[in-house]
Design a protein around this ligand. Structure first.
Ligand SMILES: *Cc1c(COP(=O)(O)O)cnc(C)c1O
Length: 425
């Protein structure tokens, strides 16, 4: 499969038709547990002497196909799917970190991730320094003796800053810590962070990969490139009390991390994906490439149209010539810059809120990456819990309206926004 192209892998990778009853569509294996041949077989599975299914919290044949497909599409060695993007982020971090450890993260993050890092993880003794990612040297400067992870979003939501992944990955390499990239907003159809030095890629499958707004899911994809034996991660080089003395680095080599995610992360934290959701997500994944092209085309055209409107004070889309991220977009997102467009209107907070309330085709809701167009005014909704200072650092200004441009007819989308503009006084 590995030398086939993206669109082919999106439709076929991981699905061995012959060993799945001749099914052309990936079947849903809706089973909680799997029958062992005998007790010795069970013992071998538990001790990893043999690989096989034990219990659906740890592994499932439908999920396995999705995992293989995502690893192929991102260029990783293996992946683990989780109950949501948030579940994936938590599981990856809790496998790697312990009380006393430190994260260096971009300050331009999804609101939920920002709260996890700034409020919840500190309760467990894990702290984060947020840095402005537009200067990659800020990551190196924030490194402490206890830093164990760099975390960024390749295309920040909702700031839409395109990160210089190559430069940041060099900083991570110098600090000898894994570089984790949340690639949700770009999707693997537009950007593969592993090609630019990421060691671990995260996805919220809920967004573009599912694409229809019908199922939550998340994924952790391991590039298999990080050296866990560098002295900073004794959990990988010393016998694990959590898995009867297994030394992950010795037993599993480059797959040490992703194996630990499955056999300890899923076992202990339980953020496993339902096979029914895996099936739904696979339906979406099959058409990801064509959808991302159309999302990007519609978004760019709408952003250009918004720039020409007198009600509009500013427009941000990384594909616009006026965008300060255009140069990085040309380098990292040459095929398209995804579906999110942000803009402000005259009148600020109140007027922007009104636009979000008045559109008919654009649905007012807290999601992105649906085939249908979506709209939200973050300052009054998703980001209202943050202080004004935190809102600014995550890129949420008082007047910011966020669109996730869907696959509808472009003229209909313009007409919908035009009708909402007409309601402003
Ligand atoms: C939505 C989102 C998440 C969280 O994913 P869920 O599936 O909603 O838990 C994480 N990162 C980014 C960039 C997102 O857009």
């Amino acid at each position: 499969m590995s030398d086939q192209k993206f669109a082919t892998n999106a439709l076929h990778a991981g699905h061995d038709v012959a060993s799945n009853g001749g099914t052309r569509a990936v079947p849903i294996y809706q089973s909680t547990a799997y029958v062992f041949n005998n007790s010795d077989h069970a013992a071998n599975l538990f001790s990893l002497a043999e690989f096989g299914n034990i219990y659906t919290r740890i592994n499932n044949p439908t999920n396995d196909i999705l995992e293989q497909r995502l690893a192929a599409l991102e260029g990783g060695i293996a992946s683990v799917v989780c109950s949501s993007g948030t579940g994936a982020i938590n599981t990856a971090l809790l496998v790697l970190l312990k009380a006393g450890d430190h994260i260096v993260a971009s300050n331009s993050l999804y609101g939920g991730t920002y709260n996890l890092f700034s409020v919840t993880l500190p309760r467990l003794g894990i702290t984060t320094t947020f840095v402005d990612p537009s200067d990659p040297s800020n990551f190196g400067k924030a490194v402490q003796n206890n830093t164990r992870v760099f975390f960024v979003e390749s295309l920040g939501n909702p700031k839409l800053d395109v990160l210089d992944l190559k430069a940041i990955s060099k900083e991570a390499k110098a600090a000898e810590v894994p570089f984790i990239v949340d690639n949700t907003v770009a999707s693997p159809a537009l950007l593969n962070p592993i090609e630019h030095g990421a060691n671990i890629v995260i996805h919220s499958l809920t967004k573009y990969i599912n694409g229809n707004g019908t199922a939550l899911g998340g994924a952790i994809i391991d590039a298999g490139t990080f050296n866990w034996a560098n002295g900073k991660f004794p959990e990988f080089t010393e016998p694990s009390p959590g898995y009867h003395g297994l030394i992950y680095h010795d037993a599993l080599g480059p797959a040490a991390f992703i194996a630990k995610v499955r056999i300890e992360g899923l076992r202990d934290h339980g953020a496993c994906l339902s096979p029914f959701n895996a099936f739904q997500i696979i339906q979406g994944l099959e058409t990801l490439e064509v959808r991302m092209k159309k999302h990007s085309e519609n978004a760019l055209a709408l952003a250009q149209w918004l720039e020409s409107r007198e009600e509009v004070t500013w427009v941000n889309y990384p594909g616009l010539t006026s965008s300060k991220y255009k140069k990085l977009a040309d380098e990292y997102l040459p095929e398209g810059q995804s579906s999110i467009v942000t803009f402000g209107v005259k009148g600020g907070f109140e007027s922007s809120k009104k636009i979000a309330d008045e559109t008919k085709i654009f649905s007012l809701l807290a999601n992105i990456g649906d085939t249908k167009s979506l709209i939200i005014h973050p300052a009054s909704t998703t980001h209202q819990q943050l202080t004004e200072e935190e809102q600014e650092s995550t890129g949420v200004t008082q007047d910011l309206i966020r669109l996730s441009v869907g696959l509808e007819n472009l003229e209909d989308l313009k007409a919908d926004l035009e009708a909402a503009f007409a309601k402003l006084d």
